[in-house]
Unconditional design. Structure first.
Lengths: 279, 352
């Protein structure tokens, strides 16, 4: 029976929501664990990968993993309310059981980043997959160089992942800069889109790899600026999303020209995206 | 494996009776309306072999059903469990055309080369494929241009060629050899003359294609020069968003997965055929669609078959069955696309 389950790529595993962290009015982080201890023991993932999440009667959707495998025992899914499934997921609380299968997709190329300075640029929910790789890098001690995090939100009240941000802001090996598009009373931080942080953050392309995730318009402008600063396309890495059904390279939905996001991505370098219909 | 046999036509029905006892038999059937379709037959008398051309449907739906339940689920307080639904049924496909066999070999790549799709795999493992080569290719056929027919060199379990009063029988895969070993009473060794007769017929068949489809030229031009945007916009404008081309196509395998609630505490997860030409195919939650439908509704479909798969697998994933030519009332079939690419653009108004 167990053998048969492993062989069927479409069968989810039952998983329980242990905790729900409200990140902002639209984003919640679901702390999950598989019900079957054997699955918990055998399930391993890398930053950048995603799982297909099932909710009864709502089908499945791909959700990127926002926790790091260096902190085993539970997996975090940070989800912004957007469509049917994410709306249904947001109604669930601790103790609710969902389905999960995976992990899928090509992760961030972490082995190749050793010794490099890491520049993370995120907008809104785009910090979810980067949170995984940021915490992964922080847990590896000296393996990576200087870590710079630039995080843009619409308004101060939209700033998500506050407990992570306060940890990052405290760490001496991390420079963490926040900005908002639109200030609210009480905000004395930076105002402006994330690309207005370059100067303050003292970005240099030397020995640096940039990892980006955010809305298409942010990616476009950040890519253009990084190119201007001298970043080669190979040193700019982003993660893509598409409508997806199978997650394993068969159903065809997540095509981006010749690539499938689920198996060729979701992580791509800017060099790999050149010439493709990205947005 | 290289032995060839003769199956006399008077032995065909007795042979099929044996097959039908041991397997579910899928064969061409003439419907009450006169259409020839591929269908499961309950009595071999229903099977129909005296027709030219192809069945209206391909074998796709027998290996990858238009709709199937992947698993059932039950959910409630603290539980959400999944029970796979997988019915195994040994099936003989008898009288498949070469294009449809070629399409199955292509589906094997899609469903089995990367992640293995167990639903397809089980049906495929349970399938025995007996083809009947095409002596008379029909008006929309162009398998000569795709190397998908009219006769094949390999991939079938048995290939039959109609030699008038007898069938020339070639086994390729072990399952085909097994059938001949199991029922040797129906088969005679083929003589060298039979072999020559088969060769003659396959040569003649290659000479009677009515359409000249320059697939190789189109594939080269797509790779080297790309496709003029006017071709995409013209064809996308003509596309009526019906999905007919993808449904009828023996190699189109895109699918959707949805839940069907049967009761508050249980339901089914269902897989259904989908089509990349549908406007909702790529639309994400929140409404953003990375594919501009007005301009590129049909781009995915044609480039997948004539460019991406050529790059990935060394061959196009169009087998030349011509069904989309008869299906599309907007005239957005693959032959028209190939012809537009060959000519290098759209001559508007009124492309011939």
């Amino acid at each position: 029976m167990h053998q048969a389950r492993i062989a069927n790529v479409y069968l989810p595993h039952s998983a329980v929501i242990r905790e729900v962290i409200v990140e902002n009015s639209l984003i919640k982080t679901f702390v999950t664990q598989f019900l079957d201890q054997d699955v918990n023991a055998s399930f391993s993932y890398q930053p950048g990968q995603f799982v297909m999440v099932s909710i009864p009667h709502h089908g499945e959707a791909p959700i990127s993993i926002s926790s790091t495998p260096t902190r085993p025992g539970e997996m975090h899914l940070s989800v912004r309310v957007c469509g049917h499934l994410t709306t249904a997921l947001h109604e669930l609380g601790p103790g609710a059981v969902i389905g999960m299968r995976g992990p899928y997709g090509r992760p961030f190329p972490l082995a190749g980043l050793a010794g490099k300075n890491l520049l993370f640029v995120a907008g809104g929910i785009g910090l979810a997959p980067l949170r995984s790789v940021i915490n992964y890098a922080l847990d590896q001690g000296e393996k990576y160089g200087k870590k710079t995090i630039l995080y843009g939100s619409r308004r101060p009240s939209d700033i998500a992942f506050r407990s992570d941000l306060s940890v990052w802001q405290e760490r001496p090996d991390v420079a963490c800069h926040l900005t908002v598009d639109e200030a609210q009373p009480g905000w004395d931080g930076h105002v402006g889109v994330v690309t207005t942080l370059w100067e303050q953050a003292e970005i240099s392309f030397r020995e640096t790899v940039a990892l980006l995730c955010g809305p298409p318009v942010m990616i476009k402008f950040v890519l253009a600026d990084l190119r201007r600063m001298g970043f080669p396309d190979e040193a700019v890495i982003t993660t893509m999303e598409r409508h997806m059904k199978c997650g394993v390279g068969i159903c065809g939905h997540c095509h981006m020209d010749k690539t499938l996001i689920c198996t060729d991505g979701p992580v791509f370098s800017a060099a790999e995206l050149a010439g493709l219909h990205v947005f | 494996m290289n032995d060839k046999y003769i199956l006399k036509k008077e032995y065909l029905i007795p042979f099929l009776r044996k097959l039908a006892k041991a397997y579910r038999l899928v064969a061409p059937v003439r419907t009450a309306q006169g259409d020839i379709i591929l269908d499961a037959v309950t009595s071999v008398d229903q099977a129909c072999f005296d027709f030219s051309g192809q069945t209206q449907n391909s074998a796709k739906s027998f290996l990858f059903p238009q709709q199937e339940v992947l698993f059932t689920y039950e959910n409630g307080e603290g539980h959400y469990t999944f029970t796979p639904v997988l019915k195994e049924e040994p099936t003989i496909f008898f009288g498949l055309r070469s294009c449809d066999l070629s399409a199955i070999l292509y589906m094997d790549v899609t469903f089995l080369q990367g992640a293995k799709d167990i639903y397809y795999l089980k049906r495929r493992e349970n399938a025995v494929l007996i083809t009947l080569g095409c002596n008379e290719p029909q008006s929309n056929c162009f398998c000569n241009a795709t190397k998908g027919g009219p006769f094949l060199e390999l991939g079938y379990d048995l290939q039959l060629t109609d030699l008038g009063d007898r069938y020339f029988v070639e086994p390729d895969r072990v399952k085909g050899v097994g059938l001949i070993r199991r029922w040797p009473q129906f088969f005679l060794p083929a003589s060298p003359e039979d072999g020559k007769a088969q060769y003659q017929i396959s040569l003649e068949a290659r000479g009677v294609f009515k359409r000249q489809v320059h697939m190789d030229i189109a594939i080269k031009k797509i790779k080297n020069e790309g496709v003029d945007d006017t071709i995409w916009s013209e064809l996308s404008m003509r596309c009526q968003d019906c999905g007919g081309c993808a449904y009828i196509c023996p190699t189109c395998t895109c699918f959707s997965i949805t839940d069907r609630e049967l009761a508050p505490g249980r339901g089914e997860r269902i897989r259904t055929w989908d089509a990349c030409t549908f406007s909702g195919f790529s639309r994400m939650a929140g409404g953003h669609n990375p594919v501009d439908r007005n301009q590129y509704a049909v781009q995915r479909r044609f480039l997948h078959k004539l460019f991406y798969d050529v790059e990935k697998h060394g061959r196009p994933s169009c087998v030349g069955c011509g069904r989309c030519v008869g299906m599309c009332f907007g005239g957005v079939d693959i032959i028209r696309f190939i012809e537009l690419v060959r000519r290098g653009g759209v001559r508007t108004p009124g492309i011939p």
